[in-house]
Ligand binder design. Sequence first.
Ligand SMILES: [Zn+2]
Ligand SMILES: [Zn+2]
Length: 360
Amino acid sequence: MINIFRRKKIEYIDCEFCPHCDANLTLQKGYSNLLPNWICRGCGQMLINPNLETESNITWICDKCETTLNIQPGFNESCGKWKCTECGFVNKVSPEEIYVSEDEYQADIHNPYKGLCDEDALELSLFKDEGSIAGRDDIILVKNTENAHYYVKKLLKTYDRSIYDYLLDHPIDNMPKICRVYESNNCLIVIEEYIEGVTLSDLLEKDGSITPLSIQEALRIAECICGILKCLHSLSTPIIHRDIKPSNVMLTSNGDVFLLDMNVAKWYDPEKNDDTRYMGTQYYAAPEQVGYGLSASSAKSDIYALGMLMNVMLTGKFPKEEKATGKVWDIIEKCISLDANMRYATSELKSTLEELRLHI
Ligand SMILES: [Zn+2]
Ligand SMILES: [Zn+2]
């Protein structure tokens, strides 16, 4: 579907210098002025050979392997769809796939709303952007123009849609409610409840240094998170959060604890035994989660992260730098066992934390 409309005969491949960046093309390895197209090594722009025979002056480029489709045997512009003979990718061949420049094409493939059906686009237009959250352009505070309520809009490139569909119908207490889910060509667009509060990372970190919490408060927060995890982990197909860390824990003004961000969550599949993609965040991610070739992440990976989080809440540091002391360290140590089987089960940890909190 990537197609460059060769309207102007400017982007010649048979000139010596790139028309965009002036790089000397003849010095680029593999370049020849006989090729149908060439991606400049200097600027990444696609250059089209003006001598290429086309039906209507349009050069069709495979979306996947970027070879020219016009020269593939049997190709014609009225085919509608064309399976690339080089890579097998099925390209759409239709007028809306035509771009007059590489820049226009690049802008389009990164447009998060491209490919939404009219109904979804209309519904989504009710949520007006108010500004990005935490400096990220993929997490946006939005205001619904009909009810004047605030929501969070997330544009997710990596996602498991079925988790959001599940949470839409089965909200979990103390997690932002998922209100709408849309899928465009380029991402999943999630509208969720806006929780007003302060993140645990903001609470801990003030003026560049970390101020530990009292043991009562740390245990209370850990116990709340554990309660949320218990809901996720006890579903008939458990959901593993996989990204428990201070910036994903929100405290509201009345002390409620919310767990945010299901972006890297996944369904637990006991059959799957490799989980090499690094999705959790360094230090909180359990060893099995960061691809040391151990077993796949499971509910126990969340327990590991919670153990790390407890130590940070109590000491302001990771255990290898400074360990919490007393009975709570015994709990943390068990949470962060290298062997996932040695860690607590979620409900066991919750009752252990409660027990300790009531007796200190
Ligand atoms: Zn160039
Ligand atoms: Zn191809």
